[in-house]
Write a protein that binds this ligand. Structure first.
Ligand SMILES: C[S@@+](CC[C@H](N)C(=O)[O-])C[C@H]1O[C@@H](n2cnc3c(N)ncnc32)[C@H](O)[C@@H]1O
Length: 410
């Protein structure tokens, strides 16, 4: 190795490479991830390596992930160690080594200091069977992650439990979307990232977000906020059991919750205007990323006045519901844009998995824009549909909202 960060191989780095060598010799390596890339290649994101058996040889297969595609390169154990050393002196600032019994997280601080954290895996890890190539579909989340087993998504062998297939797909899709947003907003280069997940429920996604950010080598602080105390207690117990310091859960109502310094605001399936409160809080706190998947759009429906030409369509209740949903989420997207965000509204995962399948993703712009035309569009829509009040708009304008949401109603 060759720079100031590793002169005479820093003792922490030496311990890490010794553990890597041992894991390769004993064939106990489960996975190796190189992340927090800060080098010159604009597209390079990370390497994920797993053992494979090729022509009877135990090797490490490195998947090179870029912003657009992945490629694979295979190394014999001795070459693999040299390759990892080279990558850690050429732009990668974090390495995670998972073995059957431990996890080693090596990070290089901004000042070039090596930091090593070792944690014991609960109940032993998944045995590191060298895999035949490409049998398993490439996913963003590794099935072997301990939290998946603790939450009942996978069994003790690390296989996805059949009844949890939908949740597994949702977790992967969610992390894929988040990963792209984290890169595009520059949060991947921060040393610390603070996430708030409102209406965290059983917290599958909250754990997944924490795990993903930690594996990127970031100092992640993730807070799940949930109305129901038993779920809060359950999730805190699980996080503690897994030794996940930085992940915690608080009992609270998003409508009254005060938060500061949040980088990523998540609200998935928070019902009705709880989504508006969450978005408002995200905007107020200057979050770089706001992600929500709204549900039960009750607020605008009773206010809708069908313009005459639409009356034959909107006389059907189902169409009225769809119209109210489109208008509510369309207005939320516009209000986010007027507040300095680039916003997308898209299908989160297909209808076969859940009926709550819409995602609003907002990423804070580097440069502010003139939002007067957007406010005019919002005013025109309200006039067209006869809308008197929409909660997010009211909150952004500093007003108070008279009604509250029945959170058990959806
Ligand atoms: C459908 S679950 C979604 C759980 C999780 N976010 C997910 O997507 O898998 C919605 C959760 O939000 C909680 N919730 C509803 N309204 C809330 C509010 N105003 N403040 C905090 N939590 C709320 C509910 O108790 C429930 O656990």
């Amino acid at each position: 190795m060759s720079n100031s960060a590793n002169a005479a191989l820093d003792v922490k780095a030496a311990q890490f490479f010794q553990s890597l060598q041992q894991a390769l010799s004993a064939q106990t390596l489960v996975r190796l991830v190189l992340s927090r890339y800060e080098g010159d290649d604009r597209d390079l994101v990370r390497f994920v390596a797993r053992p494979v058996e090729l022509k009877g040889q135990y090797m490490l297969s490195f998947v090179r992930e870029t912003t657009t595609f992945t490629t694979t390169q295979n190394y014999l154990p001795s070459d693999a160690v040299a390759f990892v050393e080279q990558q850690l002196t050429n732009g990668f600032k974090a390495a995670l080594l998972e073995t059957t019994d431990s996890e080693y997280q090596l990070t290089i601080s901004k000042k070039g200091k090596w930091l090593l954290n070792r944690t014991k895996r609960q109940g032993g890890g998944t045995p590191s069977q060298p895999a035949a190539h490409n049998r398993e579909k490439q996913r963003f989340v590794e099935q072997s992650r301990p939290y998946l087993q603790a939450l009942g998504v996978t069994d003790v062998q690390g296989n996805v439990i059949p009844a949890m297939q939908r949740k597994w797909k949702q977790i992967n899709k969610f992390i894929e979307i988040l990963a792209k947003a984290i890169r595009e907003t520059g949060l991947a280069e921060r040393s610390q990232v603070h996430v708030a997940d409102f209406g965290s429920g059983k917290a599958y996604l909250t754990f997944a977000v924490f795990d993903y950010l930690t594996q990127l080598g970031l100092d992640a602080k993730v807070t799940g906020v949930e109305l129901r105390q038993p779920l809060v207690d359950l999730c805190n117990d699980t996080a503690k059991r897994l030794g996940l310091s930085g992940l915690d859960f608080e009992q609270g109502d998003v409508q009254h919750f005060k938060a500061r310094g949040i980088n990523v605001m998540i609200a998935l399936h928070a019902c009705d205007i709880a989504t508006d409160y969450a978005i408002h809080m995200g905007i107020q706190t200057g979050a770089e990323i706001i992600m929500c998947s709204p549900c039960c759009h009750k607020e605008l429906r009773p206010q809708l006045q069908s313009p005459a030409v639409l009356a034959p369509l909107l006389k059907h209740g189902i169409h009225q519901g769809q119209e109210a949903e489109m208008l509510t989420d369309g207005m939320r997207a516009l209000l986010l844009e007027a507040s300095g965000y680039d916003t997308q509204v898209f299908e989160f995962i297909s209808l076969e998995h859940t009926s709550k399948n819409k995602m609003i993703l907002a990423q804070k712009r580097q440069q502010p824009r003139d939002s007067s035309a957007i406010w005019q569009q919002i005013a025109a829509l309200k006039l067209f549909y006869g809308i008197r009040a929409q909660t997010l708009e009211t909150l952004l304008k500093g007003g108070s909202v008279p009604t509250s949401c029945d959170s058990e109603g959806c």
